[in-house]
Every structure is written in C-alpha cells, then in structure tokens.
Design a protein around this ligand. Sequence first.
Ligand SMILES: [Zn+2]
Length: 309
Amino acid sequence: MTHRPVLFLFLDGVGLGPPDSGVNPLRAAEMPNLRRLLDGRSLDSTLEPFHGARASFRPIDATLGVAGDPQSATGQSTLLTGVNVPMAIGGHYGPKPDSRIRSILQEHNLLSRLTRFGLRARLLNAYPDSYFEAIRSGRRLHGAIPLAFTLAGIPLATEADLDRGQAVSADFTGRGWRSRLQRPGTPVLGAEAAGRRMAEIALGNDFSMFDHWLPDYAGHYGEMQGAVRLLKILDRVLGGIAESMEGTELTVFLSSDHGNMEDLADPGHTRNPVPALALGPPESRSRILEPLKDLADVAPAILAHYQLA
Ligand SMILES: [Zn+2]
C-alpha cells in the first residue's frame, strides 16, 4: 500500500458565513496564509468550488436533511463514521455523544477500520492529566472525536507527549495550559512551529487528526476581537503546515461539524454549509473532495483515498 498521509484539521463550529466583516470574523481577520492558499479568495459563502494551485475547496452540507441546528456530537460522529447520525437517531444532538451515538461510533468507526487495515491513526491533541481524571470519575464525557479514537484502541496523547513535542495543545501554542490549567512548565510553541510539528507528525502516520474546538467556543461567546485573535493564530498554524508539507505526499483536509463562528450575529449554531478544504498533491485533493456533498461523505472519501473502499 502506498503511503498517503492525511492530516484532518478539524475546526469545530466554522461554517461559510456572510461576506460581512461586521459579523463574520473570517472576513474581519487578516489571514494571509489562508488567502494565499485560496489564491486571494476568502473563506465565506461567496466562495465557489475550485481547484487551485495549492488548495481545492467545496462547500458541504452539515444539516444532513434533519430539521434544527446541527450539533457537535452528531456532526462529528457523522464525519468519523460515514453514517448520517442525526437521521439515524432522529435529530441533531450534542455537544457530547450519548449511548446511541456511542454505539454507532463503535460499529462504524473510521479509525477502527483504518487500524484494522494496518494504517496508523493518531489524534494530535494533548490532554492534561485533569482531563483523564474527569473522564475516569464520570464528571466529564469524551467529545465524539476523542471517543472515536479511544473506542478504536488508540491512546490519547498526554502531558508527557506534549512535553516531548509529540502532540499539540488545543490552543496550538501551550499558553492556555500555562494560564488556564496552571501548568507553568508547559513548553510554549509559536503557532507556525505548532503547524510544522503537526505536519511532521502527520508525515510519520497515515491518518492524523487535530480537534480545534476553540472556534465553537468563540462563536458561542460572540465577541469579534477574540474570534479574530483565534483565527490569526490558526492562520499562522496553516502557514507552518504549508511550509512543512511542501514537496511531500501529505494531504491536509480541513472541515467542520456545523456553522457557528462565521456569524456572530447568531450566538448559536447555524445551518450554513461548512468548508471542505484540501491542501497537498492535486490528485489527492480531487480524490478526497470530489465525492463530498455532506458530512456523511467524508469517511468513505478518506477510505477511498487509501484505496480501502
Ligand atoms: Zn457549539
């Protein structure tokens, strides 16, 4: 089997919103790296499907034919199974998976399928000790993404992995671990370096994923400056990734579970389409993006990319 590494950069709550910098931080934030990848375009509702020199794009549906606002547990588990989960359980549900979603993840888990075929899958997020304690004690439930990796028998990265440079913190830089988690010894990384690290780890695996859940928080919080700050960091991360993947076989796939942050006039989730953006070798970009119409098409497209479907 040929080595076709994929890095799935998952952005929670980032849809394609109005081309209005008053409500859409993706229009308000300067994102020079993203803009360059998009050949000067912006990531919003005006963006047409395209296949450029460095990136390919198409909008995909996150509502999945189900009424109401899409939610994280059903959206993420749809991405990671190929099953239309809100349709299967009769509604959008979240933020954390319940027993119904858990059993769908158990049965149709993309990560389990990849590992069964001998491919190496990794979740690049590091989780602090307090997270594992909260899970063990039942005070906290896994989100769909760490749950899917756990169910596939793939261990989540720890504080030690972060300290060794083998994982990335949720905020990319580690600053949040110092301030919010009171872990002053956490190494701080520039955003570009975090992107380079992610690309390098991804090149050594077959399927890597990063769960960037902060944009959904920023969307609920509804404050433009915080959202813009977050996107500027993401843009620098993209710059680091783009630099390290140059001339390699790495394909980066960027998508979301539902809209939220792209319209700060609405504090909840939106029914907007979400981006499916791919970077890397042109034929890999087409292979992954062409079959995509909605979230349920993503897992089959990834399997097909590895010639497993
Ligand atoms: Zn949310």
